[in-house]
Design a protein around this ligand. Structure first.
Ligand code: TGC
Ligand code: FAD
Length: 388
């Protein structure tokens, strides 16, 4: 009897353009050749090689949905599909690409001066310069409006003091996009790595997103010229607009992690004999598989619809919360259920579900926790902001 892959059941390929299918195939081949063979070691060693930057650059995935300045200028859907392939390897891999393209590069592209764009975007698209994005602080994660990092005007310069916490690629970055309060609202600054007073400290012993560097940024009277300030924004609209881009990528990406869990588990249950029959032949196994594939495919259809709206310029930022909330919440459930089907074999990194499940704890939390996205949707539906 013919069998189907999970995405064949919704005819995913028929919903994609030729270019989108080609991008998927190219990124998947690259992942299988250059990333997948190493991911267990990177996760185990709590690291990600810095020289992956130029490798991603050659692939054309860094800032791929941005126009000009050496960026590929693809559709939003193509970017999402690339995120799905990257996160099928590991959320840390997708994080590297989203922080570079959707947070650091997007901030410069959307809110930077022409000089800043010329200076940074081409080398960031090539992966020769790495960027990070400092919004969260030790005491202000879900509520960035409360940030204490402060930038004071001093003649032609700004002097910035404060700290940022949980910053992906913090110590790898050549340039940090740092958000600070000012007398006039909020501003973003491009802080180069060797600027006096600027230091980074990596966060150790993470049980999640181990194939990713997460750092604290400390700014102790860091002096930068006004030309380092992103000139086009002086409100929280600046960083929040960048989050929309990264959340969009996660909406697709988390489903890649879920798909990989299901793929590995399907192979396993067909081979594994329990009570003298393949594990795949039991009704309880099939019910779990059916429910997981249903959620995966529903998630992909939602992501694709929101992606098409984004490409038409008709996607309200509140709708991204639907996708980010759904994909992360369902993906972590799928990863955990796959782990149950693997039994004891599921507790080591030989199979991907437990690694994905651990990673998805971070993905559920960063870029707005699941609860924040419920509140954003609650606000959109009722007109009542219940954050405060
Ligand atoms: P609020 O008063 O509602 O708005 C302030 C200003 O921002 C505008 N705005 C938005 N603009 C664009 N996109 C959005 N999604 C926006 N949401 C609001 C708003 O119009 C206003 O503009 P203006 O010009 O009139 O001033 O802001 P609030 O303080 O009440 O906060 C709203 C809330 C709670 C939803 C927001 O703070 C939030 O989303 N909190 C979650 C924080 C978060 O997601 N942090 C993520 C940090 S980065 C990260 O996690 C990277 S992980 C990367 C990886 O490794 O992959
Ligand atoms: P808190 O805000 O303290 O939340 C704790 C709990 O309280 C959560 O369950 C939350 O949902 C709940 N809560 C908060 N407010 C409310 C409310 N009003 N009503 C009900 N419940 C509420 N940040 C960056 O700026 N740049 C990065 O590159 C970056 N990378 C990250 C990488 C990793 C691996 C991780 C784990 C985090 C990263 N972050 C980054 C930080 C991330 O965005 C924050 O962790 C996240 O926004 C949540 O903030 P918090 O951890 O301070 O949790």
């Amino acid at each position: 009897m013919a069998t189907y892959t999970p995405t064949q059941l919704i005819g995913l390929d028929n919903m994609l353009t030729l270019e989108e299918r080609q991008i998927c195939d190219t990124v998947r081949e690259f992942c299988d050749r250059d990333l997948r063979p190493h991911i267990e070691d990177w996760f185990e060693d709590h690291t990600i090689p810095r020289d992956l930057g130029p490798v991603f650059g050659q692939m054309g995935v860094l800032g791929m949905h941005l126009d000009g300045y050496g960026c590929a200028g693809t559709s939003a859907v193509a970017y999402g599909l690339a995120c799905m392939e990257l996160e099928a390897v590991d959320s840390g891999i997708r994080s590297f690409v989203s922080v570079q393209g959707s947070l650091a590069m997007y901030a410069i592209h959307r809110w930077g001066s022409e000089e800043q764009k010329q200076q940074w975007l081409p080398q960031m698209a090539e992966g020769k310069a790495i960027g990070c994005f400092g919004l969260t602080e030790p005491d202000f994660g879900s509520n960035p409006a409360g940030m204490r990092t402060y930038a004071k005007r001093d003649g032609d310069d700004w002097v910035i003091s404060g700290s940022k916490m949980w910053i992906t690629n913090g110590s790898l970055a050549d340039v940090a996009v740092v958000w600070a309060k000012t007398d006039d609202g909020y501003a973003g600054f491009l802080v180069e790595k060797d600027t006096p007073g600027f230091t980074t400290h990596d966060i150790a012993r993470k049980m999640s997103l181990r194939a990713s560097i997460t750092s604290e940024l400390v700014l102790d009277n860091v002096r930068v010229p006004d030309s380092a300030r992103l000139p086009e924004v002086n409100s929280l609209r600046g960083p929040l607009s960048c989050l929309n881009e990264a959340r969009f990528g996660i909406m697709f990406g988390a489903l890649g992690a879920a798909r990989d869990c299901i793929d590995q588990t399907l192979e396993y249950v067909k081979e594994r004999q329990v009570f003298d029959k393949p594990l795949s032949s039991y009704q309880l196994t099939q019910a779990k598989l059916a429910d997981m594939v249903l959620e995966l495919d529903k998630g992909i259809l939602l992501a694709l619809q929101l992606g098409r709206l984004k490409d038409e310029g008709k996607l309200p930022h509140e709708s991204i919360s639907l996708g980010k909330l759904n994909s992360t919440r369902e993906a972590i459930q799928i990863a955990r259920t796959c782990r149950t089907l693997l039994g004891a074999s599921g507790i080591t990194t030989e199979y991907s579900p437990i690694r994905h499940a651990n990673n998805l704890e971070s993905v559920l939390t960063y870029e707005g926790t699941a609860e924040m996205h419920q509140l954003i949707l609650g606000n959109a539906l009722t007109g009542e902001a219940a954050f405060r």
